[in-house]
Every structure is written in structure tokens, then in C-alpha cells.
Design a protein around this ligand. Sequence first.
Ligand code: KG4
Ligand code: ZN
Length: 344
Amino acid sequence: MRVLGIESSCDETGVALVEAGPCGVPLLLGQALYSQIDLHQAYGGVVPELASRDHIRRVLPLLHQTMRQAGLTLGDVDWVAYTRGPGLAGALLVGAGLACALAAALERPALGIHHLEGHLLSPFLGEDPPEFPFLALLVSGGHTQLMRVAQVGRYELLGETIDDAAGEAFDKSAKLLGLPYPGGPHLAALAAEGNERAFKLPRPLLHSGDLDFSFAGLKTAVLTQVHKLGDQLTVRGADLAASTQAAIVDVLVAKSLAALEQTGLDRLVVAGGVGANSLLRQRLGQACKGMGVRLHYPDLSLCTDNGAMIALAAGMRLQAGLDKSGTGYAFDVRPRWSLSGLND
Ligand code: KG4
Ligand code: ZN
């Protein structure tokens, strides 16, 4: 079964073709990705209307590129999957509209996928796929969640952020440090040259006893330090970046370990853009080794948004018998959509 996946929930247009056999390992046959970073950089964040318009411009060339790479034609596609939510409404509509039009023209079924389900199943496209059940730490620009994943489609929310997401904490702190959008990777690069003990920053909810997160206070603490530093920011920026990164990573690691202990699970999947952070990978690696927990990541290229994870999630859901071929090509998008309420 060949599944075409289209992702357009935010500022990346992703298209991919995945072969999902009933007993085999899923195979990535072709993929193409366009990141709108340059387009939004001048505004310091994603401008939804510009994002939607750019998805329209990019998605068809990316589709053709994917099919060329796979050496196949659109007639070889069995299912068309797209990101139905959560995300920016206008941006989601571009992918959903194209997917359903294409499916109708090809007389194939279309399937809307939850963006976060794509992220958390993405390690199944890698060389070291996890076994069920596992704990998933989902850390992206919009979400920070700990989920118990019993099976494909069975996700139990254990804890989540009550305000900013981890990626948002990276991005907003980076902005305060004068770094370009998206701040996460820039802040991480600057942090590599700094001393993480230079500034004492809060670790919100570290000892709250539950599995929830809060990052809004950290951003305020970074702002206070930036004001205090004034002109000194140019020479102390790396130290402040390192201290900020360490505060975010400390909380993510501590809560993940608490969730592993609480659930008794011995496998941890880290997915979403912040999963690309090397300090997080290093600290989680050390901690999991000590606990005898197997740690799984998607390939680095699949950490941030992409079409492959959408095609993969669709393929896995279909194999698990969770979705049936429907009739008609009407579609809607769900800009706000909880993963644990997926089957509601
Ligand atoms: O999953 P993703 O690509 O998009 C969303 O669904 O939100 O995640 C993007 C987020 C951004 O906040 C970005 O700054 C962050 O992931 N990010 C990183 C790194 N690479 C991407 N944060 C910290 N360190 C990184 N290396
Ligand atoms: Zn994402």
C-alpha cells in the first residue's frame, strides 16, 4: 500500500510517499520539503496568511519532486493522507484541499491525520523503531506533552504544558537574546559556547509532583536578565543562552523520568522539533541508560515537520484497521485538536 502524505500545518510544506506493507518495515519512497523560514524571518515569527499563500505556491512542485524521486506516477498512489490539525487553519486548508482534490481525481480514498500522531509515530520510519507500549515526549513549537502510547491510535495524556510549549520557550528566549527566527536551533548553537551555570534561572513546576510543564515564567526571567545585562548582552549572551537551554532541558528530562517511573514503561520516544536539541538528547541518553530505558528518536531529518510522518501515521492506522475507506471527498480541518480525543 502506497500512501502519499501532505503536511502544511505551519511553516513547512512537506510531501512524501511511504510504502506501508502489512508485515514489513515502512519504506520511505520519496520526500520533498520546503521550509518558509526565510519568508517569516523578517517578522520574527510565522505570519499565518503568508504561510497559507506560500503553501499554495510550493505544494504542487513538491508533489512532482516526490513522485520523481520515487520513480512512480500519481496512478501508483493508493491513499492520500494530509494533516487535518492541529495547526493554522488557512495553512491546513491548503494541504487538505489538495489532498482531497487529488484523491477524487485519482479515485482513491483520502485520510486526515493528527499532526502530533505523525510526530510520535515518526521513529517507526527509522532504523531502530520502538515496540509498544512506550512513553512519548512530544516537544514542538506548539506542544509539550507526555503521552502513554499503548498501540497505534491509543494515546493517553499524562501531562502537558499549562502555558508556553518547550519550543516556544526556546523561540521566545532566543528573540529576547536578539537571535533570528526560529530561535531554537540558534539558541542551541550559541549555548554551546556558554556556561550553563552562569545565570540562575527558574525550573518551573520541577517539583510540582505532577507531569505538567510551565515555561512562561522562564521567559520572564530571561527578559529580566536581558534588561539587567544591557550592553553586556553581547559578551554574556552565550552564557544566558546556555543557562536558558539548561533550564528547559532539566525540566523536560526530570518530567520524562518521573513519567517513566510512574508508568513503569521502559521505552521512551522523543519527537517534535525540540527533539533535535543535542543537550536534551545527551541528558536523556545518560539518564535513560542509568534506568535501563531504551530511547528512540526519529531520524534527525524527521524531527521537524515533514510529509513522511503523515504518510506513515496514515499507513499505520490503516494497517491497524482504525480507518476505513470513506465515501466522498468533503473535508474539514481542526486547528485545535487534542490527541487523546482522537477517537472521539
Ligand atoms: O515540530 P516542529 O518542527 O513544529 C511544530 O509542530 O511546532 O517544532 C519546531 C520547534 C521550534 O520551536 C524550533 O525552535 C524548535 O522546534 N527546535 C529546536 C531545535 N530545532 C528545532 N529547539 C531547540 N533546539 C533545537 N536544535
Ligand atoms: Zn510539528
